[in-house]
Ligand binder design. Structure first.
Ligand SMILES: [Cu+2]
Length: 220
């Protein structure tokens, strides 16, 4: 009896070890490392992205792919992601380093020539493939709080399934905005055009209106 029990325990330990190893393989090469802080943030920002193998669609617009996203420090960013094409997608962010004009230029170049080099291991999985689903039109939301001076800098955001086409930069500006760069949309070397940053307020207002509408319906 006693030895049998020992055998069962041993088998359970082996199964656990194998599971852990498998989990590691499945999440590799995305090693984690970027930690979600529990410190409250002052601000919120909403970013709408359409998940499309040809490139992240800013505000679900097929002409605005893989924009450079600008965020101020002490902001919780809510990524509203809609499945657009039925392919499996996920959303990762990784910290690349502190901001400088030359670093920014280098990473912009890496986006098209060597995206793997900036899809680093110091990352956080904002949304998984199963959360985004492969149902066209499905909406989901993931968040990340950028808080604490060490979070200022340049980040990459990407989908690990389509790591060459669904990849862009996210800049976290310090409170004075000194690291701010002109926002722009960039897709695989296409000439940088304009901007994204500020449309988030209207999104926030429309979210509030939807919430109020739902509340009114519930009361009725
Ligand atoms: Cu994808």
């Amino acid at each position: 009896m006693a030895s049998n029990k020992g055998g069962v325990t041993f088998a359970v330990i082996i199964i656990l070890l194998v599971s852990v190893a498998f989990g590691y393989v499945l999440t590799s090469p995305t090693g984690g490392g970027l930690q979600k802080s529990n410190t409250p943030t002052k601000n919120t920002q909403y970013i709408n992205l359409g998940a499309d193998a040809a490139g992240w669609e800013y505000n679900y617009n097929t002409s605005d792919r893989n924009p450079v996203l600008n965020v101020n420090l002490s902001t919780t960013v809510y990524f509203n992601v809609t499945e657009m094409d039925g392919a499996p997608h996920n959303l990762y962010i990784a910290y690349d380093g502190s901001y400088s004009a030359s670093a920014f230029a280098k990473y912009m170049s890496d986006l098209t020539t060597n995206p793997k080099s900036i899809e680093g291991s110091n990352n956080y999985k904002v949304l998984s493939t199963s959360e985004i689903t492969q149902t066209i039109g499905h909406k989901t939301q993931g968040s990340f709080p950028f808080v604490g001076s060490s979070m200022v800098g340049i980040y990459t955001y990407w989908c690990s399934v389509h790591y060459e086409t669904m990849v862009g930069l996210l800049i976290v500006n310090d409170t004075s905005g000194s690291a701010s760069v002109a926002s722009m949309h960039v897709y695989n070397g296409a000439s940088p055009s304009h901007v994204n940053n500020q449309s988030t307020y209207s999104t926030h207002v429309s979210n509030v209106l939807v919430t109020m509408e739902t509340a009114i319906k519930t009361v009725e």
